[in-house]
Design a binder for this molecule. Sequence first.
Ligand code: ATP
Ligand code: MG
Length: 183
Amino acid sequence: MGVMESTASIAKRGLVMLITGNGKGKTTSSFGQALRAIGQGYSVCILQFMKGRKYGEVIAGEKYLPGLRIYQFGLDSFVMRNNPAPVDVEMARQGLEKAKEIIASGEYNMVILDEINVAVDFKLIPEEEVLNMVKNKPAELDLLLSGRYASDKLKEIADLVSEVNEIKHHYNAGIKDRAGIEY
Ligand code: ATP
Ligand code: MG
């Protein structure tokens, strides 16, 4: 195989991208990636775990981005790490089933699973099933997994791993929950 051919086959292979870390900027970065892809004619689906609120990015996406489909699987309340409510587990499991369906459907060029790392870390969904879903994705699909606490195994199988680290956050100065910044 010539150099050109192998370059072309690499270019066609979809990527698994992972964005994690304890600093602010993971979900907003995921939506930025979606925006870029949509600009290039991609159809993109974002599925959010553990979220049920109409965030600014969800409102804007529904209003201005016909190339973007957003699903949310969660409530507008915090999930307790060590004692999640049965409804939180149930919704996360439904999210995982939907994610498998969306990925297998071939309907989208890019799928973003926001906060899936947290859902795995909180044990709302089994890591093994997520790993299998990622490993079995259609070859051309670009897949982005976001959320803090990404597991080592997910980091291992991803093509790209970026960690957003907190240096400072305005939350620690008492500035909380701003529209347009946090939601
Ligand atoms: P964003 O949605 O703004 O990109 P994120 O996805 O990186 O943030 P999450 O861990 O999903 O961050 O948490 C979401 C919320 O928590 C946001 O409102 C964000 O401002 C806030 N947050 C994120 N990181 C921190 C931090 N290090 N300290 C305090 N609050 C944070
Ligand atoms: Mg987030």
